[in-house]
Design a protein. Structure first.
Length: 243
C-alpha cells in the first residue's frame, strides 16, 4: 500500500483491488480479509476524529480547553460526558457502529413522522447455495453444470462458500440491489414506494438476508380506511400457501 504510485490509492481502494482481484488468494483468506477491514476502519476512524475535532468546541462551559488530556482525565470531565451520543458521532459513517445505526434509526423515525407508518416489513432471503456457488466456481475457471451442483453434498457446498466469502457476499448484494431497483422501485410490484429503510443481516451459518421497511404511496391505513379496503389491499399483495 505504501509503494509510490503515479495515482495515489486510498486504503479502501487498495483493499477493494486486493479482494476483487482475479487472483482469488486474497479473497479466500479470512485472516487477510479481516486484516484489510481493520486497516480501512482504522484509517476512516482517524480521518473522522480529525474532522470531528475541528468542528467541535475548543473549551467546555467552565472555560477549560477540550483536548485529549481533558477527555482522558475523568476528574475534570462530567461523568455523563462519556455516555453522551455526541462523543460517538464521528463514527456515524462507519457501518456497524452504534452511531451508524443511531443515524439509520433517526432517519427511519423521520420518515414515519413525515409520511406516516411504514406499509410493509419485507424480508429477502438469499439462497447462496444456488447462486453463489456457480459464481465462485466460474471465478476459479472450473466448469459448472446442474448435474455437478446437484451431486454436491451439503458439506461440499459450504466448503465452496468458505473458500471465497467475498464473491458470496457480492452475489448477495447484486441480488438485493436487483430486488430493490427492479422489482420494488421500477416494476412497483408492491405499489409505488416513496420511502424505505433496511439493513443486511447474517444467519448463524453466515447466510445473508435483508430486512426492509417500505412506505407505499396511497396505501390504506388502519384507523383511517374501512376494513374492507384494508383487507382488499392485503389480499392483493400478500398470499400464503401450505408447503
Amino acid at each position: 500500500f505504501n509503494d509510490v504510485r503515479p495515482n495515489k490509492l486510498t486504503m479502501k481502494k487498495y483493499a477493494e483491488h486486493r479482494l476483487f482481484n482475479a487472483d482469488r488468494r486474497f479473497a479466500s483468506n479470512p485472516e487477510y480479509i479481516f486484516f484489510l477491514q481493520c486497516l480501512v476502519e482504522k484509517e476512516q476512524l482517524h480521518s473522522n476524529i480529525s474532522t470531528h475535532l475541528r468542528k467541535g468546541t475548543k473549551r467546555d462551559v467552565a472555560g477549560n480547553p477540550v483536548n485529549a488530556r481533558y477527555l482522558r482525565d475523568l476528574t475534570n470531565g462530567n461523568p455523563s460526558l462519556h455516555s453522551s451520543i455526541e462523543l460517538y458521532k464521528f463514527m456515524k459513517t462507519m457501518k456497524g457502529s452504534p452511531a451508524y445505526w443511531q443515524a439509520v434509526k433517526t432517519d427511519a423515525l423521520a420518515m414515519v413522522s413525515q409520511l406516516g407508518a411504514f406499509t410493509f416489513f419485507l424480508t429477502v432471503s438469499f439462497n447462496d447455495l444456488i447462486y453463489s456457488i456457480p459464481a465462485i466456481m466460474q471465478a476459479r475457471g472450473q466448469p459448472v453444470s446442474m448435474e455437478y451442483l446437484e451431486n454436491l453434498s451439503w458439506y461440499d457446498k459450504h466448503e465452496v462458500l468458505r473458500s471465497d466469502p467475498v464473491t458470496a457476499v457480492r452475489m448477495f448484494k447484486r441480488f438485493a440491489t436487483a430486488i430493490i431497483n427492479q422489482l420494488i422501485m421500477k416494476d412497483k410490484v408492491l405499489g409505488e414506494c416513496e420511502a424505505r429503510a433496511g439493513r443486511d443481516e447474517f444467519q448463524g451459518r453466515g447466510s445473508p438476508h435483508l430486512h426492509m421497511l417500505l412506505k407505499i404511496l396511497n396505501a390504506p391505513e388502519i384507523g383511517v380506511d374501512d376494513i374492507a379496503t384494508i383487507c382488499a389491499f392485503i389480499d392483493r399483495y400478500i398470499t400464503t400457501k401450505r408447503p
